[in-house]
Each structure stands twice: as structure tokens, then as C-alpha cells.
Design a protein around this ligand. Structure first.
Ligand SMILES: [Fe+2]
Length: 240
């Protein structure tokens, strides 16, 4: 499986705190059947001002450490990018990374408020050639009131990423309901761990894959855990 969303890089956001924690998480991921992991630290202006050059440097160092430890996990670059102005310009200038240098990037909407103009904003980025992968809409506190916004984002050409733990009920029944509903409605493109630590939010995808296979079929389970992530990393055309 391919995990496109994980806070594995130690010490630069609220994910892994130390290199030891990162190694522990990497071992959990490999044991779970994850072969590739995008390291996607938060990029949130004024909170986590992570930059592409620094993220790339840290990934190279962590990859070297994984190789030394014989942990068979292939790391890729990315970022968990909070909605902010001028993202397209910042991609173009190389200040912040897309996923694996593709046109696709993780796009985190504000958790507690539905930003007016969010769909239009996504449209501007798409027309500039950058495709948002909307991160964990199932966990947004406003999804009940504004589910249509999620559908509109999808219609505008965004991809949709659910959290693996949400599908299996780790975030409670409400979040599980929305995960299942979006899977049932066929709008989900990718499942990712959004791992932050080894225990509370571990890098485990197999449980979600199996749950999706049981509720739907193997084809969908494979698509969201491997097929689509692979196409995204290869920068294939995916827009609806
Ligand atoms: Fe995240």
C-alpha cells in the first residue's frame, strides 16, 4: 500500500517527536504492508512555516537512517497544506512542495469553519495547474451543515482523501458514518493514514483496506490504497 499522508518527519510539526518515534512508526508501516510513504508535515502560515528545501533535506536524512536500519520504506516528499493565499505561486517558486513533484498536493480545509469561497479558491488552483487532494473531509466539524461543499469540491476537480482510522471507527461513530457515506457515494479517491505517532494515530492502512473490501469489494479497496496513490505519484491525469 501507498500512504500519501503521514507526519513522519521528526520534530517539525505535531507528528513524530524524535527520530526514535519516526523509526518506530516506519516499522509499524512496513509491518502493515505499506511500501511507500509521503512525508507530509503541516504547512500552516504562522504555525508551521515548513518549506520545501528543508522538508527535502530532512526526508533525505531520514531515508538514509531507514536504509541503515534496514527498514524497507520508500519516502516521498509532500506537505499537508492548510488553505492559504497564493499557493500556486508558492509551488512555482519552490517554497512549498506538492506530492512527489507532481501537480497534486494535500489541501487541508479549515477544520471548524466553512470558508466562504473555498470551492472557487480550489478552482483557481486547478486552473493554475495544481490539483488539491482534500484531506479528511469526514473529520470536518462542519460537514453536517455543508456536505454539499465537499461534493462541490469533488465536482470542481479536487480529489478526496479519507483517513484510514476514520473508516475503522478510531475517530468515533460520526466520523465513521461520513467515511462510509462518501465511500458508498463513490467520491473517495484515496485512503491515507495521516499518522502522527505510533500509538494514538499509527501508520496503519490494512484495517481500513479490509473494511472497505468487506463493505464494498476488493477492487475499491485496492484502488484507494494503491491504484490511485500510484497514479497520483506518477502525475497521471485524474481530474473528473
Ligand atoms: Fe495531516
Amino acid at each position: 500500500m501507498i500512504d500519501l499522508h503521514a507526519h513522519l518527519l521528526p520534530g517539525i510539526d505535531d507528528g513524530a517527536d524524535t527520530i526514535e518515534t519516526a523509526l518506530k512508526m516506519a516499522r509499524i508501516a512496513v509491518d502493515d504492508g505499506i511500501t511507500h510513504m509521503a512525508c507530509t508535515p503541516h504547512v500552516t502560515p504562522g504555525v508551521y512555516d515548513n518549506t520545501k528545501p528543508d522538508i527535502l533535506k530532512r526526508i533525505a536524512a531520514l531515508q538514509q537512517r531507514l536504509d541503515e536500519e534496514a527498514i524497507n520504506l520508500w519516502l516521498l516528499a509532500g506537505a499537508d497544506i492548510h488553505v492559504a493565499p497564493h499557493l500556486d505561486e508558492r509551488f512555482r517558486r519552490g517554497e512549498i512542495p506538492t506530492l512527489n513533484e507532481t501537480r497534486y498536493f494535500l489541501f487541508e480545509p479549515p477544520h471548524h469553519v466553512r470558508l466562504p469561497g473555498l470551492v472557487q479558491f480550489a478552482g483557481v488552483l486547478i486552473r493554475a495547474g495544481y490539483y488539491p487532494i482534500v484531506t479528511h473531509p469526514e473529520r470536518l466539524s462542519w460537514i453536517e451543515q455543508h456536505y454539499q461543499t465537499v461534493l462541490d469540491l469533488k465536482k470542481a476537480g479536487c480529489l478526496i482523501q479519507l483517513t484510514a482510522g476514520a473508516v475503522t471507527g478510531r475517530f468515533g461513530s460520526r466520523v465513521k458514518y461520513w467515511s462510509e457515506r462518501m465511500l458508498d457515494e463513490g467520491i473517495v479517491d484515496v485512503i491515507a493514514t495521516d499518522a502522527h505517532d505510533p500509538r494514538r494515530r499509527p501508520p496503519i492502512m490494512s484495517e481500513a483496506r479490509d473494511a472497505i473490501a468487506a463493505r464494498h469489494d476488493d477492487e475499491l479497496a485496492l484502488k484507494v490504497t494503491e491504484g490511485m496513490p500510484l497514479k497520483i505519484l506518477a502525475d497521471k491525469d485524474l481530474a473528473a
